[in-house]
Every structure is written in C-alpha cells, then in structure tokens.
Design a protein around this ligand. Structure first.
Ligand code: AGP
Length: 609
C-alpha cells in the first residue's frame, strides 16, 4: 500500500506536479518519498525517509528538471523505512528507474539470480530486482524497446505490482504495468498521468482510464497504449469522466480529512439514496436465490457486514455469515462451493485479505458480489456484480463516511430483498424507507447539536487508560466500530463485546471511574441493556451513553450522554449512533496532540496480507 504517480507534460516541469500529487496520495503510505525525472538524457533523482513535507523541506522535491518523471510515497513492507529503501530504485547504471506498489513474492530468487550475474544491489527491497531485471533483459538484447524489456521482466514477477519505469534509453517514455495493485491513468490536453488513485491527478484532469490486472501501458507525450502482458494484444480503452471535483479530494477548510469526511456524511448518505436501482435489484436477486451467504470484509467494513447480518435476518429472514476476510480461507475455504454466495465489502476494493478470500471463493465456483467505494478497483473487476457506495474519496485513514454509506446500501439491499420475499408488511416497508430518507438530516442534526458536547467529553476522559464499548443486538456492531475508531487514531486501548457477555468475564476489569460507552438504541434489547448499565454502575464504572433524545431513564443512569434523534428503526441504528463515536475518537485524538489523518503503523488501503 504505497502511492505512485508520474506524468509526461507537454508544457511545464514534471517535479512540482509529482510532488503535489504524492501529497494527495500520502494516506497510502508516508514513511519515505522520492521523485525522479529525465532531462537531456540525464536522470535526476531525490529521495529520503520521512513524510513528504519533511523530505521536501530538506531536498526541495520541486527542484528537478524535465517534463517527464515518476514519484513514490511508501508504506514499508520489504526493508525498513530508510533512505536506501525509499523509491525510486535504479539498476546498476542508474539509467533505469522504477517505482512500485505491491509485493514481489519471488524477489529473493530473482535477486540471487541477478547477483550471480554480477548485479549489485543497494537496498533490502523487493522492488530493486525489477530495475536490475530490466537492465539484464536490455543487456541481453539491445534491440529490445524499453516496453519489451519491462514486458519480459513482469512476466517473471510473482505477486502484486503497480510499477512505472523510466530510462535514458527512451527518455520520452514511461512504461507502467499492473497486477493486483491499483493503477489508473489520467489524460489531459497537456499530458498523460498515472497514479495509484484518482485524487492524485484530479486537479489537472477528471478523465481517467482504469487499468486492469495483467496490462502494460506505454505512456508518451501523445498518449497511451495498453497491452495485455500475456499475449501483447492491444487493448482499446477510452477515458471515463470522474464526477469528483478536486475540492472533494482536499480538505475544504477542515483541519483534517477525517473531520471533513465526518461532516460530509449527510451528503454522502443522500448520495447512497440515489443508488442505481438496477444494481440494487440485481444484487438482491442474487441474494434472494442464494442458499448460503458469506459477507467478507476487514476492519470497519467487517463491522458494516456484522450490522448487515441483523438487517438481512430481521427484514428479509435471510441468514448471512459475516466473516473476517483474513480468516475466510481457513474457516470456509474447503466448504465454500458453487452454491455459496460471497458479498465482499471493501471501501478501497484493493484490500489484499478481502481479495484473497474472494479469489478462493471464485476458484470454488462461488458467486461473488461486491460493494465498494472505488469503481475501477480490483474488487469491481472480480465481482460477478458490484455496487458502488458512492461516498466520494475518503482520504482519512480512519473509515467514517464510507462506513455509514456501506450501512445505507446494505439496508437498502435488505429492504429490497424483504420486498421480494414479502416478509414485512407494506406499511412497515414504507415506514422504514421513509426513515431511511430522513437519515441524512438526522445525521446533520447530530453533528450540529452534539459535536460540542463530544468535544467536552473528550476533554473529560482524555486521560482514561482503557474504554469499554458495549451494545446489544445490531448495536454490538456499532460498539465494535466505536472501539476500532478510538484505538486506531487515538491509540487508546479499547474493548468491545456484546453487553450480555460482561458477566462472563470482562466485568472483572471494572474499577471506580472506568469509562463504559453504551450504545442505547431503543430496540428490543433495551430492557436488558438497562440491566447491563446497572451492573456496571454498581461497580463504579463511569457510564457514557449514546442515547435517543427522549430516553430519560438511561440519561438518569448515565454520568454523561450524547443524544441522537428519536424514532430510528432498529435496523438503521448503527448509522446515527456511529456519528458520536466517530467524533469522540477524533476529538480524543486531538486531545492527545496526534494527527487523526495519519495514524502510526496504518495505511488507508491494506494491499498486503
Ligand atoms: C477503518 O477505520 C480502518 N482504516 C480499516 O480497518 C479498514 O476499514 C480496513 O482496512 C478495510 O478496508 P477496506 O474497506 O478498504 O477493505
């Protein structure tokens, strides 16, 4: 999960654009950065460990000549985040330069073979073997074009890659290739661009060309040519216009992407209500005919699947099995079969664990359906049918708007399925659909009326060493999500589990003043939840309730509470109840003086297993 970007411009220097574009990809990895350009047959290269702003301050990444170049921002997988391991990497001569996102699984044997042929390596990365392999291929046959040498090289690579190569051999070309890792082209009147993700080139063009696995692309000032790696057949693919404006991908005045994206949720939820009917129908038809349905995802997307399992059961009487993608192969790899349906949920559409689970299911003839935010991502290409969640770019590493969008789409699928199966009355259906339409305004109200209260809560509990997040029923999923948010950006240890489990062990942790966050949706679980609150309170816990505005009983039992509007249908409660938890994690992070957008050790898209 690194970020690559490069361009060939008709007018202007490449380096400043590469630098600015890498900044927009920083969420994909930020432990080192580098840029390389070509001018008059010379390679110019700057790179170092550290975040982009720090390296730029040291080296001035804009100060490289030439209208053609490539750049990289890294999240270390092979080799520590040191300057020597920063991309771009070169061959022995320094005339071939490569940037790469992914993992070359057979790099050790390739490296040994190349070292035995006299190649000298300087880094510990898998990427460097690509540069030397290209050099080896060109050395064996000087007639080879750069594209041919890259083609021969990638045919030897096992694993995932999105690479870009420049060389003094053909100083007016950039050669790219992709397998599993994301790669997209941009085209404009002033040039061509390649990137790991669309926001990188959005300020200069909204015309994108999606690259598929197993394709090699030759970029030149006049345009691009796509070929299939396996048989060199030429692929004709026109650009698509992307509806995102550059502003959508920058902070719009908010201090952090995460806060912008929390505040964007009323708008993004409205977008999810404009789903393409055709895809909702198609996916719910597949689910209706399914004999067994696994929902496969990681992290926040898994929590959306957990919540959805209650929605499908309660609205459509459809049993579904939410499974952590990283466990799917072990748990179900042998039993999944032609009668299985997999609904894979992934915001990025590139999460390696989720794609691995999907590949395993496909190899056993299961039907794969996809829900993602990234159209053109790998998940959209491996799914039989997919549906976009239409949340717009989510740059903050912590998933917020994409979580509530996923829940909205899943709720709509459950409603559609319920209609097909006649499981709930038309009146109930109309009631739930009307509430779904109100959700964007409801979320707006929560943000407007409760944000200040959450800020105060964060100040009050900023020194707490451990939190519990508890809920019952569908609110268990909400509790898990609240826990993940607080852990991943505020680095506060947090534990979540169904509230009914407290007395089976965890309650032994409770001491005076121990903060316990309860998700108090007014659904069928409320009565027993009140008992759970009482048992914690009796042992000295500080009760923090996320509660419906008219629930005076629970407010009276709480040390602190955050209110959400009343009248939320049970199956939709995770959407409004998640908002205070997102804000709590955000403001706790600020209280700790940390940056919510770039939490340590994490990257936005986990494209390694
Ligand atoms: C959520 O805040 C995290 N950033 C992470 O758990 C994320 O949800 C997970 O990696 C799955 O990502 P995906 O939806 O892109 O597959």
């Amino acid at each position: 999960m690194c970020g690559i970007f490069g361009c060939i411009l008709k007018e202007g220097k490449a380096a400043p654009l590469i630098h600015a574009s890498l900044k927009r990809l920083e969420y994909r990895g930020y432990d080192s950065v580098g840029v390389a350009t070509i001018q008059d047959g010379e390679i110019y290269l700057k790179k170092d460990k550290g975040k982009i702003d720090d390296v730029h301050r040291l080296l001035n990444l804009d100060d490289l000549p030439g209208n053609l170049g490539i750049g990289h921002t890294r999240w270390a997988t092979h080799g520590a985040p040191l300057k020597v391991n920063a991309h771009p990497h070169t061959d022995c001569t320094g005339n071939i330069v490569v940037v790469h996102n992914g993992i070359i699984e057979n790099f050790s044997e390739l490296k040994l073979e190349l070292e035995n042929s006299g190649h000298v390596f300087v880094s510990k990365t898998d990427t460097e073997v690509i540069a030397h392999l290209i050099e080896e291929n060109l050395g064996k046959n000087a007639e080879l074009t750069l594209a041919d040498a890259v083609l021969e090289t990638v045919k030897r690579l096992d694993g995932s890659y999105a690479i870009a190569v420049i060389s003094t051999k053909e100083p007016d070309k950039v050669i790219c290739a992709r397998n599993e890792s994301p790669l997209v082209l941009g085209v404009s009147d002033n040039g061509v661009y390649f990137a790991s993700d669309i926001p990188a080139f959005l300020p200069v063009t909204n015309k994108a060309v999606f690259i598929e696995d197993g394709e090699l692309i030759s970029l030149s000032a006049t345009g691009y040519e796509i070929k299939k790696i396996k048989d060199s057949s030429v692929v004709k693919r026109k650009p698509k216009v992307i509806a995102w404006t550059p502003e959508m991908a920058v902070k719009q005045g908010y201090p952090h992407f995460m806060l912008k994206e929390i505040h964007e949720q009323p708008a993004t939820l409205r977008n999810t209500l404009r789903m393409q009917e055709h895809y909702l129908d198609l996916i719910s038809t597949f689910l209706d005919r399914a004999t067994e349905v696994f929902m496969v995802a990681c992290g926040t997307s898994y929590h959306a699947c957990l919540a959805a399992s209650y929605m499908f059961s309660k609205l459509a009487f459809l049993p579904t099995y939410p499974v952590y993608a990283s466990e799917f192969i072990e748990q179900h790899g042998k039993s999944v079969n032609i009668d299985s349906t997999i609904l894979a949920v992934s915001q990025s559409g590139e999460t390696a664990d989720t794609l691995a689970a999907v590949t395993c299911a496909q190899q056993r003839a299961a039907t794969v359906l996809g829900l993602t935010n990234a159209i053109g991502s790998t998940l959209t290409r491996v799914s039989r049918v997919y549906i976009g969640q239409q949340s717009g770019p989510e740059i903050g590493v912590a998933a917020t708007k994409t979580f509530t969008s996923q829940l909205s789409v899943l709720a709509q699928l459950a409603l559609r399925l319920s209609k097909k199966r006649g499981k709930i009355s038309q009146d109930e259906m109309d009631y739930i659909e009307a509430r779904l339409e109100e959700l964007p305004d409801m979320v707006e109200t929560i943000i407007q009326t409760q944000e200040e209260k959450v800020k105060q809560l964060a100040k009050k509990y900023k020194d707490a060493k451990l939190f519990f997040f508890l809920g019952r029923g569908i609110s268990t999923a909400t509790a898990y999500e609240g826990r993940l948010k607080l852990m991943e950006i505020a680095y506060i240890p947090s534990i979540a589990f169904p509230a009914g489990e407290s007395k089976h062990g965890p309650i032994s942790l409770i001491e005076q003043g121990f903060p316990v966050v309860f998700i108090c949706a007014k659904d069928g679980t409320r009565k027993t939840l009140v008992s759970n609150i009482m048992e914690m309170k009796a042992r000295g816990a500080s009760i923090i309730a996320i509660v419906e505005e008219d629930d005076e009983e629970i407010k009276a039992l709480s040390d602190d509470y955050i209110e959400v509007p009343k009248g939320i249908p049970e199956v939709m409660s995770p959407i409004p109840f998640a908002i205070p938890l997102q804000l709590l994690a955000y403001y706790m992070t600020l209280e700790k003086g940390q940056n919510p957008d770039t939490p340590r050790n994490l990257a936005k898209s986990v494209t390694v297993k």
